[in-house]
Write a protein that binds this ligand. Structure first.
Ligand code: EPU
Length: 325
């Protein structure tokens, strides 16, 4: 008798299994290509100041510049989405996590060198460390970075600062790796920097920055910084988890003032709350989800628009998918 069994139909489960096998191969190839580490399903909540967010499908810690170039090149060739993570201080990761490759630079590019009034600094150096390093050497110009968390690379990307000044004010040039893994040096003028914004080439990663500061007295620099820190501690919820200021200040006004005017300070959703201390902060009281935070952001934007006509623009970077899958 002839066997009339028809071929097994190609099912969705088979496709998913194939994809999973392909991904595994890719992960193995990435792992064997670099000297650094690759983790899978790494909770991003552990890597952000907010302590919120789902997992990264893969998180790479490049050991050096060669690793970073390789990772960027492989990701481009395989069309894998890439997210660059510095200190995770200005970021909201959504609850479904981030698909593709997260490149964590907080353990790479940590060199710090001084020559006269110039400082050469790796992008992974903490802003607080850069500030302590320059102050100790009597170099002033970074006082605007007092209390600004995160890494130097992240601070440049968002042109972080305070009314005392922003990081780009002191920048001469930076070295980056573009999306095809090539190194480039850009001067400050080529960056198109503005308020809390730097127009870096798409997909590029800062690896090093050179700054020029001014001679000053360590004591005086410390005094300016202490005053700034004191004000910050008095006016901002520094004792709880947050992502810093949520919105950019609109021209000639302050986002915190507008949120307060809209009567939203103290508003709570799940484990998240609009700070009672400063209207431009959302704090994680414990167990907040990204959905809680987004709900508060939407509510603040809507109420401020209705009551003042001002459209608040996000300062933080929102990344990932709202739900897993
Ligand atoms: N204000 C209110 N209600 C509030 C908060 C503020 O009326 O709930 C008023 C204050 O009374 C003041 C004005 O708004 O008259 C400005 O407030 P503040 O001095 O606190 O400064 P800010 O503009 O809200 C900026 C930066 C902060 C930085 C401080 C340092 C932005 C978006 N924010 O805040 O940066 O620490 O100056 O003084 O540029 C960040 O970028 O993450 C950040 C926190």
């Amino acid at each position: 008798m002839v066997n009339t069994l028809s071929p097994k139909p190609y099912t969705l489960t088979m496709r998913v299994q194939e994809m999973a096998a392909g991904q595994l191969k890719l992960l193995e190839r990435l792992r064997s290509a670099i000297k650094g580490t690759i983790l899978t399903e790494e909770p991003l909540a552990s890597h952000t100041y907010f302590r919120i967010g789902g997992p990264a499908e893969a998180m790479a810690f490049p050991a050096d510049l060669g690793d970073l170039k390789l990772l960027l090149k492989m990701a481009r060739d395989e069309a894998i989405p890439v997210l660059i993570l510095g200190g995770g201080s200005n970021m909201l990761v959504l609850d479904g996590g981030v698909k593709g490759l997260v490149i964590n630079l907080s353990r790479t590019f940590l060199e710090l060198e001084v020559s006269g009034e110039q400082i050469r600094c790796g992008a992974g150096v903490r802003t607080s460390h850069l500030l302590a390093f320059s102050t100790m050497r009597g170099l002033m110009g970074f006082e605007g970075l007092t209390g600004v968390p995160g890494t130097v690379g992240g601070a440049i990307k968002g042109n972080a600062g305070t009314p005392l000044g922003a990081i780009i004010d002191r920048l001469d040039r930076l070295r980056l790796v573009d999306c095809s893994g090539e190194e480039r040096v850009l001067s400050r003028d080529a960056l198109g920097a503005g308020y809390r914004h730097t127009a870096l080439p798409a997909g590029s990663v800062i690896v090093e920055a050179c700054f020029t500061l001014q001679r000053g007295k360590s004591e005086e620099i410390r005094e300016t910084m202490s005053r700034s820190l004191l004000k910050r501690n008095l006016t901002q919820p520094v004792e709880v988890r947050s992502a810093g200021c949520i919105f950019k200040n609109p021209p000639d006004d302050f986002a915190g003032r507008l949120v307060e005017y809209a009567g939203l300070k103290g508003l709570r959703r799940g484990g998240a709350q609009i700070s009672e201390k400063h209207g431009n902060f959302i704090i994680n009281l414990g167990g907040a989800t990204a959905a809680d935070v987004l709900w508060l952001i939407d509510r603040a934007r809507a109420e401020v628009m209705v009551k003042t006509g001002v459209a608040l623009e996000l300062e933080i970077q929102v990344v990932g998918s709202p739900i897993a899958g």
